[in-house]
Write a protein that binds this ligand. Structure first.
Ligand SMILES: C[S@@+](CC[C@H](N)C(=O)[O-])C[C@H]1O[C@@H](n2cnc3c(N)ncnc32)[C@H](O)[C@@H]1O
Length: 412
């Protein structure tokens, strides 16, 4: 993890300001000259941050497109100059997701100012960086395996991240808070909690939300509309066999049970003992054609495959699991469980604490789904203002205005 070091030396500070100013002025020649000639300990010239706003050259190049007061909107000419400046900064190795003092990445500023072409450049850079980081993580795992073969005495967990050549995507705000951009999207656990700790923690339930011991929102009632629409898209006709992974507050299970296209069989997998106790106290295991499978999906799904069970529709919504878990689910488990012609969906909430993280994540998951042999169709819809819904919840995990609902099926 790299924290930009404060630059204390007066001449170095003046160089930083020069670089950031040249980026803000979209003065390409001067900017390139300064990038080539400056050296800072522990930080590449292209990633310096000036102390007042915490702007990097990327922030400055985008923020300076703001109206100059003479016109109401964005100066179009400025936007195309900024485009060239941003491209030059990326050619010089700029990091896409540093945070300024306003907790914004350069892409967040582009989004706020409605600079669509610049926002798109930032999203594309984020996708490239995350894909590269992910690939390098894969190589590293392979190298670790080789190391273990060569040296059996080596610690199994002696995974030294400093060995990787991956670009630094991880930054820390002055406040030390975490968010999806800081963690690197694909490294981040869905809710910033470890699965093992979550599954052994005590949960609290009320009508509005399900919280873990640390007041992390496991499930919240405001997600009901998302669950209802997901059930509608999965239950396209009566008599289907449906599997839900993650019971939570039972919202989607309730929609499935009361749906006009009544399923023939309704299976649910749940791992947390408190959730299992709650669903049993409500009589779920006694409902006709409902099958509750106790345990982690990682253990339960292979058993269902071994029994030869297949499903017309599958929904996945767990908690405290990483993107790698999710990827394992769709690339390794689904193939044995989903009928040809069947549909599956998932709670699409990764990176949703920030629009640019959400948009980068959509593209990465689409690429991974395609590699795993799935087509995905998206339905976008607006979410209500969630203002008061977060009272008592540790972290606001949703901060984007539209939900992108995925429905996936095997490619033809
Ligand atoms: C977000 S909630 C699901 C909410 C649900 N979609 C609803 O409509 O109420 C996630 C659920 O997944 C469960 N869970 C987490 N990890 C799991 C795993 N590996 N296997 C099965 N269930 C898991 C959690 O205990 C929790 O009940």
């Amino acid at each position: 993890m790299s924290v930009p070091r404060p630059i204390v030396d007066a001449s170095a500070l003046s160089n930083v300001r020069d670089i950031v100013r040249a980026a803000g002025d979209h003065d390409l020649d001067r900017l390139q000259r300064l990038l080539d000639s400056s050296h800072f300990e522990g930080c590449k010239p292209v990633d310096v941050q000036e102390p007042e706003h915490g702007y990097t050259p990327l922030h400055a190049a985008i923020a300076s497109c703001r109206s100059d007061g003479a016109t109401d909107g964005i100066l179009e000419d400025n936007e195309s100059k900024a485009y060239e400046t941003v491209k030059l900064l990326f050619e010089n190795g700029a990091i896409w997701n540093q945070l300024d003092r306003n907790d914004e990445t350069p892409g967040c500023i582009a989004h706020r100012l409605g600079l669509i072409s610049l926002y798109q450049l930032m999203v594309d850079a984020g996708v490239r960086a995350e894909l590269l980081l992910n690939r390098l993580d894969g190589y590293e795992e392979l190298e670790d395996l080789d190391d273990e073969d060569e040296d059996d005495a080596a610690e199994p967990d002696s995974h030294d991240e400093s060995d990787t050549e991956a670009p630094e995507l991880v930054v820390t705000t002055a406040e030390g808070e975490t968010s999806s951009v800081q963690q690197g999207l694909l490294e981040a656990s869905t809710e910033d909690v470890d699965s093992k700790a979550y599954l052994s923690s005590a949960l609290s339930f009320d009508d509005e939300m399900l919280l873990d011991e640390s007041q992390n929102g496991v499930m919240m009632k405001w997600e009901s509309d998302i669950m209802a629409r997901s059930a509608d898209l999965l239950l396209s006709r009566p008599g289907l066999k449906i599997l839900n992974i993650g019971f939570g507050m039972g919202i989607i299970d309730t929609h499935i049970q009361s749906h006009m296209n009544k399923p023939a069989e309704h299976h649910t997998v749940e791992a947390h003992p408190d959730v299992l106790r709650d669903l049993k106290s409500k009589g779920w295991q006694d409902k006709p054609n409902v099958f509750i499978h106790e345990g982690k999906w990682q253990d339960v799904l292979p058993e269902l495959v071994a029994e030869g069970q297949t499903f017309d529709a599958i929904y996945y919504d767990t908690f405290a699991e990483s993107y790698h878990d999710f990827k394992e689910f769709f690339s390794e488990q689904l193939i044995g469980l989903l009928d040809q012609g069947g549909n599956w969906s998932y709670f699409n909430g990764m990176g949703a604490d920030r629009q640019i993280s959400y948009d980068v994540y959509q593209k990465i998951v689409e690429i991974d789904l395609m590699e795993a042999g799935f087509d995905v169709e998206w339905t976008d819809f607006d979410l209500p203002n969630l203002g008061a819904a977060w009272t008592g919840v540790k972290r606001k995990y949703w901060n984007v205005e539209q939900y992108r609902l995925p429905v996936c099926k095997f490619m033809d």
